[in-house]
Each structure stands twice: as C-alpha cells, then as structure tokens.
Design a protein around this ligand. Structure first.
Ligand SMILES: Nc1ncnc2c1ncn2[C@@H]1O[C@H](COP(=O)(O)OP(=O)(O)OP(=O)(O)O)[C@@H](O)[C@H]1O
Ligand SMILES: [Mg+2]
Length: 267
C-alpha cells in the first residue's frame, strides 16, 4: 500500500512545511515518484518554497469543483521530475474541502505515486480530521517548549484514538515525532528540554531532532529544501527520512534526564 505521510503539529510555525518539502524532495531524489500535497488551505506556501509559484495555475479545490483536471493541478518540478506538487486554494476556507472528495483524491494519488506527503495546517481543525482518515503515518513536529509540547501531546492523543478506530486493512496510524529548533546551549542552560525527554513525555517514537540553524532561513531565501542544503541540518534531515523509511539509524544522544515541569513523565 502506498504510504501516505501527513506532517502535523499542534502549535503553528514549528517547521512542518520545511520538513514536508524536505521529506518529499529526499524521497524523489532516491528515485521514488512522490506527490507533495499542500493542505494549508488559504495559507499555502509550498509552491513558494519550491520556487514553483509561477507554475501553479490550478489547485485541488479547482479539481473538486470540476474547473480543472487533476493533471492540470499537478505541477511536476522540472528540477526534480519525480516530484509533483498539488497545491490547495489560496482563497478557499479549509471547510470547503469535502471529505468524500478528499478521500477519493488521495486514493487516486496512491495509485499513481509511490509516496503521498501531506503538509497540514497546524491544529486539530477540519483538515487535520480529513487527513486522519487517509494517512498511514503521522509525523508530528514540535519545538521543545511547554506550549508546543502540550499541543503536540494533544495531537498525538487524537491521532492515537482516531487511528485505532479506523476500519479496514491499514491498521493504526504510525506515529513519528520530530523536535525542531533545538539549541544545545539552551538545553544545557535548562531553557529547552532535551529531545529524548520531550519524546518520552509525549510518548511517541522520536524520528529525530533538528537544531536551530541559520542554514534554514538561508535555504528558504534560495528556494532550496534543507535536505539539499549543507552541513548538520542536511545530515539530520537525511537521517530522519531514512528512519521514516524504516532504516535502523541510531539516534544521536542529546540526552538530559531532566523532567518536564508540570507534567509527569510516562515510563
Ligand atoms: N531548525 C530551524 N532553524 C532555524 N529556523 C527555522 C528552523 N525550522 C524552522 N525555522 C523557521 O521557522 C519558520 C516556520 O517554518 P515553517 O513555515 O516550516 O513552519 P510551519 O509549522 O509549517 O508553520 P505553519 O504552522 O504556519 O504552517 C520558517 O520561517 C523557518 O525559517
Ligand atoms: Mg506550514
């Protein structure tokens, strides 16, 4: 069955979109046919991140409304021919996307691509609910602070209960956690929790932790996915992708045994 990965978060602005783009580009560069769906309806930005903004003439709402065909809405990235982008509307509201259409669309994409990667908006609104019914894997992104962690914990709880209810042969949704914007100096000064502590608190398997890195805004300005950048962040992103693909890549330790304030750690 074609994997369908959704990149989700409770709190906004934690790095979902840069991560979704990198996962899709990384898979495409390994020779897989990938479709990257921008589901941040009203606030899409993956076209810009990939430098494809002038090529998006139609979006998935146009397909739903039968103003365009799926072929017209799918934009093949000429630099990376294995990668296609399917944008959502910049003007519609998320609730405009009908559940029956969305399910049909994802099922159709699954027959044509080897991976479907969905960049979700933050939070647990309409789009999140739509995605929960179609995905095989949820990639939860959080930063290492109390507010983002609490929201991520809530999202993980909802994925677990929703995934367990899902009928059919897919089985429960697989969960993966990515902690973003870690600053080791802040971890050392107890201003951020170590990634392992966050993962244990949320009780979800850690796929990796990305450092706060100037390379990220540099890549954004150059319209280059971080997985095509240089240095530590590229390496970490590549290792995360390999873990998500099932390779056994040990996690580097950023360990600290500190407990989260205000929340008892699950063992
Ligand atoms: N590891 C990092 N180091 C430095 N800056 C980062 C890092 N990760 C993300 N950022 C910055 O954070 C900003 C938000 O990233 P991004 O748009 O991917 O978040 P998002 O979770 O998709 O946001 P939204 O919830 O609005 O969709 C970007 O401008 C990016 O430059
Ligand atoms: Mg985003």
């Amino acid at each position: 069955m074609t994997p369908v990965w959704a990149v989700v978060s409770g709190k906004g602005g934690v790095g979902k979109s840069i991560i979704a783009v990198s996962l899709a580009v990384g898979l495409a560069s390994r020779g897989h046919r990938v479709v990257l769906m921008d589901m941040d309806t009203g606030l899409r930005n993956l076209d810009l991140m990939l430098g494809l903004e002038n090529r998006v003439l139609f979006d998935l709402v146009d397909v739903m409304d039968e103003h365009a065909t799926l072929e017209q809405a799918l934009v093949v990235d000429k630099q990376r021919p294995n990668l296609s982008l399917l944008s959502t509307s910049q003007i519609a509201v998320p609730s405009a996307i009908a559940a029956t259409f969305f399910k049909r669309l994802v099922n159709m994409l699954r027959t044509r691509f080897a991976y479907v990667i969905i960049d979700c908006p933050s939070g647990v609104g309409h789009t999140f609910t739509l995605c929960m019914d179609v995905i095989t894997d949820a990639i939860v992104v959080t930063t290492s602070d109390d507010i983002a962690i609490r929201d991520a914990d809530r999202v993980v709880g909802m994925i677990r209960s929703r995934g367990a209810e899902r009928p059919g042969e897919e089985g429960p949704t697989r969960l993966h956690l990515i902690i973003n914007r870690i600053r080791p100096d802040w971890v050392a000064r107890r201003m951020q929790y170590p990634p392992e502590v966050v993962a244990r608190t949320i009780d979800a398997p850690l796929a990796g932790a990305l450092l706060e890195d100037d390379e990220v805004p540099r890549c954004l300005i150059a319209r280059r996915p971080i997985i095509e950048g240089d240095g530590k962040t590229w390496e970490t992103m590549d290792a995360i992708l390999r873990r998500l693909m099932g390779e056994n890549i040990p996690l580097p330790s950023m360990m600290g045994e500190r407990r989260l304030f205000g929340k008892r750690r699950r063992q």
